[in-house]
Design a protein around this ligand. Structure first.
Ligand code: ZN
Length: 296
């Protein structure tokens, strides 16, 4: 167990990194760590996480009663308390609003596709906890559904939450979620992710043991395992069965493809096998002129 002074310094450092990376703005976000068996060290209310000092932290008991500190504990204390109640293994909790991951949370899109081996081995899937008014008792309720089986989740229309066996582990999971969200966004802009096959997902899960990664719950064996997914006792990962299969349909046809279709023919360089159509500038101009004529 780390000493109280080093934990205070760690919270200051993690807060500084979160703010510097744009995961929080103004006074957003909060951080807590276990201080022994029955106390928590927590960031205070209404403080920018980029400019904290070690003396600002609050000490509370596991029911949220303040035991020490000049300031009041975080407005999201109830969410932190719920995590510690549900997960005796968790030593630290981090909450922030990293913009890309929060964009997914706002759009209602969970980060649960089998896309990156590292994410599958460490976090598994990243679900979205239902919307709840920040700082109320609704938020711990929403988090409770997923926290037993997940070390990271999005909070609908709000942000993200990560937990870990120590503070840096919880913080690095926040970094992983934001990094994963950025990669997912770029892949979707480029036409969609090629998903990793379910068989490979299961192989990656077996690697957890050999890398010493403690995941809170296994990946659901079957995507249609609705009963298991409903109480979140396993992690739902979108992965197709069979190598190379795509679970997620391709993106809608591009402008060029739609123009080609409206032109009534396929250009000479079309390569339907690859799902790709190449057009020269002259061909594209002709297609656009033709489409505009049809509109008139
Ligand atoms: Zn928040």
């Amino acid at each position: 167990m780390s000493s109280e002074s080093s934990l205070r310094a760690d919270i200051v450092e993690v807060g500084r990194r979160m703010y510097a990376r744009g995961y929080t703005a103004s006074n957003d976000g909060n951080i807590s760590v276990r201080l022994g068996a029955d106390r928590l060290l927590m960031t205070p209310k209404s403080v920018c996480k980029g400019f904290m000092t070690p003396d600002m932290m609050c000490i509370t008991d596991l029911d949220g009663r303040k035991l020490q500190g000049d300031r009041d504990p975080s407005s999201e204390m109830l969410m932190h308390l719920e995590v510690y109640r549900q997960r005796p293994d968790v030593q630290a909790v981090v909450h922030a609003h990293p913009p890309t991951a929060t964009g997914f949370a706002v759009a209602g899109i969970p980060l649960d596709r089998a896309v990156l081996a590292e994410v599958l081995t460490t976090l598994g899937s990243i679900p979205i906890a239902e919307y709840a008014t920040p700082s109320t008792r609704e938020l711990p309720e929403a988090v409770r559904k997923y926290i037993k089986a997940h070390d990271g989740m999005l909070l609908a229309n709000h942000g993200a939450l990560t937990v870990g066996g120590d503070l840096y582990s919880a913080y690095f999971k926040m970094e992983t979620i934001e990094h994963f969200a950025k990669i997912s966004l770029v892949a979707r802009l480029l036409g969609g992710e090629n998903l990793i096959a379910r068989e490979e997902v299961m192989r990656l899960q077996q690697l957890r043991g050999s890398y010493g990664i403690k995941a809170p719950a296994p990946i659901c064996a079957d995507l249609s395992d609705g009963a298991a997914a409903a109480d979140a006792s396993c992690q739902t990962v979108q992965a197709p069965s069979g190598h190379g299969a795509r679970l997620v349909p391709d993106s809608p046809p591009s402008l060029a493809q739609r123009l080609a279709a409206s032109h009534g023919g396929t250009p000479a360089d079309a390569s339907p096998e690859a799902g790709e159509i190449r057009l020269t500038y002259r061909e594209l101009s002709a297609l656009i002129e033709d489409a505009v004529r049809n509109l008139r």
